[in-house]
Design a protein around this ligand. Structure first.
Ligand SMILES: *[C@@H]1O[C@H](CO)[C@@H](O)[C@H](O)[C@H]1NC(C)=O
Ligand SMILES: *[C@@H]1O[C@H](CO)[C@@H](O)[C@H](O)[C@H]1NC(C)=O
Ligand SMILES: *[C@@H]1O[C@H](CO)[C@@H](O)[C@H](O)[C@H]1NC(C)=O
Length: 250
């Protein structure tokens, strides 16, 4: 019943280790099933005192819940082997004629998902539905690749590393007081902060640095944003489901 369905975009990710003969799952599917497997009633026990039923209404101190589940989520991301997360190879065209091939890509710091503001909701019996926003941030997401550039008569190999700082995601959850059920209502990724790229291992001329930076940024930035969005959406949907089950079991 989640309003935002789990996004199954074909973003460029690969999940390398094939487990026996099971079909390959994408990282977000693995994340969702790990969240369900590793967050159980015992983990959520400590939030019970923060859920108070009143006559027809309910008050939930969301900070406590959010901090608890974000803490669990951070551990699950690390345990699942998603920090760093393997990125797929990319072949990027350079104008007028050339290519940059990116291999051995890794994305760092998805596990640093955090909350940057307070959230508490108080629901009166009269209100049927209450919305609250949850501000999620990542301070610094980093990536590395090996590049192999063929441009005119040049063939250069080296490392490229980059950062996207201060990614913010605003999520709106709704809580339906008729059936005490959470849902993810809105999800928007804020215009991202700085995107920086550096090349290592070679002295490159300025024009080549510029050409490569622009071409790589145009391809890699959307890939990374997509990965982050998918991870956060998947996590939010899974956690909402767990918390709903928990609330309904009290
Ligand atoms: C509940 O919320 C209050 C206020 O945010 C907090 O001090 C307390 O530690 C929370 N947890 C429990 C188990 O009461
Ligand atoms: C990962 O996050 C830590 C802590 O915020 C930061 O010090 C580090 O520079 C980040 N790494 C990358 C590769 O961005
Ligand atoms: C709770 O009620 C809303 C409508 O008020 C509905 O959309 C939602 O599916 C209900 N959830 C459950 C679990 O019954």
């Amino acid at each position: 019943m989640l309003l935002i369905p789990v996004l199954l975009v074909t973003f460029s990710l690969c999940y390398g280790n094939s487990l026996n003969s099971e079909p390959l799952q994408s990282p977000d599917q693995v994340l969702a099933s790990n969240i369900k497997q590793w967050i159980g009633p015992n983990e959520l026990e400590i939030i019970k005192p923060n859920i108070t039923s009143q006559k027809g209404g309910i008050e939930i101190r969301i900070n406590v819940i959010v901090d608890l589940v974000l803490g669990l989520l951070q551990k699950i991301i690390v345990k699942s082997g998603f920090d760093p997360l393997k990125l797929e190879d990319e072949v990027i065209k350079l104008q007028p004629t050339g290519t940059v091939t990116l291999t051995d890509g890794w994305l760092y710091n998805i596990s640093t998902i955090n909350r940057y503001d307070d959230v508490v909701i108080r629901v009166s019996a009269a209100e049927k539905k209450v919305s609250l926003s949850l501000p999620i941030s990542f301070d610094s997401i980093g990536f590395t690749y090996i590049y192999d550039t063929k441009y005119l008569l040049l063939n250069i190999k080296g490392g490229v590393e980059g950062k996207i700082s201060d990614i913010r995601i605003d999520m709106v959850f709704s809580f339906d007081t008729c059936n005490s059920t959470f849902a993810v209502d809105k999800f928007s990724l804020q215009d991202t902060g700085d995107f920086t790229i550096e090349f290592t291992g070679n002295e490159l001329t300025d024009w080549l640095v510029n050409a490569m930076s622009n071409a790589i940024a145009a391809v890699v930035q959307p890939i990374i944003i997509n990965v982050i969005e998918t991870f956060v959406k998947t996590a939010a949907d899974s956690i909402v489901e767990i918390i709903n089950n928990f609330i309904h079991s009290i």
